[in-house]
Design a binder for this molecule. Structure first.
Ligand code: SAH
Length: 261
């Protein structure tokens, strides 16, 4: 590389769904080497303070400003960890940093910037329940903060028609109480009432709660902002067990007659 590379860096890291055991060793090492940690308040609070480390907490919805701050500090030679929950590439900070790089100072492009993966909520929840995403699946962010609601509806409907299993992030918040009910209405138009839905809340934390219901039984109140909602495909099924939660899984193969027209 050229002489313009400085010792500063930006590492955009995923802290996983909550449990310390689910933070990867490489992410832990980066946090240990960092001089600065930047991120949304609840995620920065997961980092233990220590001498030589400055924690920069910021509010929701200021992702690109936060990213610029990280890049500015790195260009001054600081070692900056940008933290997200789960995986940083899934509805999180990695894209925000690259937006800031694309629009920002030309020398930001020469910085040492890396993305370190984490375990995303959808896959942590799926593993708890069995293997509901064991065949083709997609992930949809149900928040309309960063895209029009009409696009969410379109993607949801087409994904249901294509018979994907689906993971819904940000299903429901106090500022958007209606959206998830509308999403359930679309599913009821496209899928059979027996379709399995998992409401997985606070996965891998002491508040973890996992509930498996049919589409007919699902209600909007079953989700909140700490919930990831997994919707099975038409082939997703339950193995019932005595005294234990059911195993929910999607078989690896699709018989030819169930391929949608
Ligand atoms: N980058 C994160 C997602 C951020 S969007 C990731 O890869 O997981 C925030 C949404 O993620 C929440 O509204 C919720 O839908 C989901 N989520 C994050 N952590 C979760 C957890 N421990 N349990 C269930 N859902 C979680």
């Amino acid at each position: 590389m050229t002489g313009c590379v400085k010792t500063g860096w930006v590492k955009i890291v995923g802290l996983g769904p909550g449990d310390e055991a689910l933070v990867t060793p490489e992410v832990r090492a980066v946090v240990d080497e960092a001089t600065d940690v930047v991120g949304y308040i609840p995620y920065v609070r997961r980092i233990a303070p220590r001498p030589g480390l400055t924690l920069h907490e910021s509010d929701n919805r200021v992702e690109v400003e936060r990213a610029r701050h990280a890049l500015e500090m790195a260009s001054e030679g600081r070692r900056v960890a940008v933290v997200s929950s789960g995986d940083p590439g899934v509805f999180a900070m990695a894209s925000a940093v690259f937006e800031a790089v694309e629009e920002g100072a030309p020398d930001w492009r020469n910085l040492d910037i890396r993305v370190l993966p984490g375990i995303t909520a959808m896959l942590a929840a799926a593993a708890r329940a069995g293997a509901p995403m064991g065949h083709d699946f997609c992930a949809i962010n149900l928040s309309d903060n960063l895209k029009p609601w009409a696009l969410i509806e379109k993607r949801l409907r087409l994904a249901a028609q294509a018979d994907f299993a689906m993971g819904f992030y940000n299903p429901r918040s106090k500022s958007r109480p209606e959206g998830f009910g509308r999403a359930l209405d679309i599913l009821r138009e496209e899928c059979e009432p027996e379709r399995l839905i998992l409401f997985a809340r606070a996965v891998s934390t002491p508040e973890e709660e996992i509930r498996c219901v049919t589409l007919a039984e699902a209600t909007p109140e079953m989700a909140d902002m700490r919930t990831v909602v997994l919707v099975g495909s038409s082939l997703t099924r339950r193995i019932l067990r005595e005294g234990q939660p059911p195993i929910v899984y999607t078989p690896r193969s699709v018989p030819a007659p169930s391929v949608p027209e």
